[in-house]
Design a protein around this ligand. Structure first.
Ligand code: SF4
Length: 364
């Protein structure tokens, strides 16, 4: 939804029985209220016309695409979660809790077959003008799938994309593998040959003690950090190495210290807002206060600004598509940071005043 007075696209959240907020959707209109008092109104996100186009077999793009209008499109390259299957799901995560530990993993060919209509749909969106972050999502893959398997899958997916979309157009997008780090970081050089230009190794928590406690199935934190640094080297500082961090769980001092340490090494951190997911070990935990988040995101914007000119393209000038784009209206729970970042750029005269623009939705 897009709240009145703000062009940031914010996602609906899973229902939280402990929340005092209520969102009511009537047609295109959204009202968020607390104890019967309306706090803010807004509209449903604009719907891109390419959603109504058809795949070769007649299936509407909208039925298969895993894509937000202005930012991200996902192609699943491995289903399941190794950490959750081992009974060690990250404690904030409701996705892992949904994976049955005894469900057999889909084979290479089954995974690719399931991805093919999604690739075709994403290609239609791209050829219709969609640009953004193309995420080949593998998540927490089991050890046997972390090296050659992932590399082979990335090659197969990118080969299919190249059959649909001109290489020049594909190169405009930020295309990342979002996977468990390979044992051999030399795999990253192979990914680059297929047109991958970024890697997302989500280390999620900054403080080492909190990392161990919150993400017991993710192995050593240092392994994730080394992979992030390798990605910055192979694909470029900033856009070439991105990582989600869930904020609002660990104390602010350690969080900011960690974000600055990572940013100084060329890793572009995307701070997500903690939310209470059904099925997660932390389901029902109250998020940090609004004041906490405003302070945290102002300080993360300070950090991004401090290191902006150390990235492969200065973050205050970066107009490439994807997460580091300087004027991007952003869906997902990184919107508060983007909002603050845009405000800073407007103050610096690097962006015109007024509301940011919803990229991609006007594409036909
Ligand atoms: S966040 Fe953790 S539990 Fe959730 S899918 Fe990823 S690795 Fe698994």
């Amino acid at each position: 939804m897009v709240l009145d007075g703000c062009d940031m696209v914010v996602p609906g959240l899973p229902s939280n029985p402990l929340s005092s907020l209520e969102a009511v959707i009537e047609g295109n209109n959204v009202t968020i209220s607390e104890k019967g008092e309306a706090l803010v109104t807004g509209k449903q996100e604009l719907r891109a016309p390419w959603r109504d186009k058809l795949l070769a077999d007649g299936t509407p793009v909208d039925n298969v695409i895993m894509c937000t209008e202005d930012v991200q499109s996902n192609v699943i390259i491995s289903r399941g979660c190794f950490a959750a299957a081992a009974g060690k799901a990250c404690r904030y995560c409701g996705l892992g809790a949904g994976f049955e530990s005894n469900t057999p993993l889909a084979s290479f060919s089954e995974t690719l077959k399931a991805a093919e209509p999604v690739i075709e749909a994403a290609a239609i969106a791209i050829n219709s003008g969609w640009r953004g972050f193309l995420n080949l999502a593998g998540g927490a893959t089991p050890p046997a799938r972390r090296d050659q398997w992932t590399t082979d899958m990335a090659e197969a997916v990118m080969t299919r994309f190249h059959a649909f979309v001109d290489a020049d157009i594909l190169s405009e997008l930020q295309i990342a593998l979002q996977v468990y780090p390979p044992d051999d970081l030399g795999e990253l050089d192979k990914w680059k040959r297929f047109g991958i230009n970024s890697a997302e190794f989500d280390s999620q928590i900054m403080d080492p003690a909190y990392f161990k406690a919150i993400c017991p199935g993710r192995g050593e934190q240092r392994m994730w950090q080394e992979a992030q640094e390798a990605a910055a080297e192979v694909f470029g500082r900033g856009r070439g190495s991105v990582a989600n961090v869930v904020t609002g769980i660990e104390p602010m001092a350690g969080l900011l210290e960690g974000i600055e340490e990572r940013t100084a090494k060329g890793v572009y951190i995307l701070p997500l807002v903690f939310m209470s997911w059904p099925g997660a070990a932390m389901e029902g935990m109250r998020p940090a206060s609004v004041e906490w988040y405003v302070e945290a995101f102002e300080k993360v914007a300070d950090i991004h600004l401090k290191y902006a000119d150390t990235m492969d393209v200065d973050l205050t000038e970066d107009d490439r598509w994807g997460y580091t784009r300087r004027s991007q209206s952003n869906t997902f729970s990184v919107a508060p940071l983007k909002n603050e970042w845009i405000r800073r750029l407007q103050e610096m005269g690097k962006l015109p005043p007024g509301l940011p623009y919803q990229y991609g939705v006007e594409a036909v």
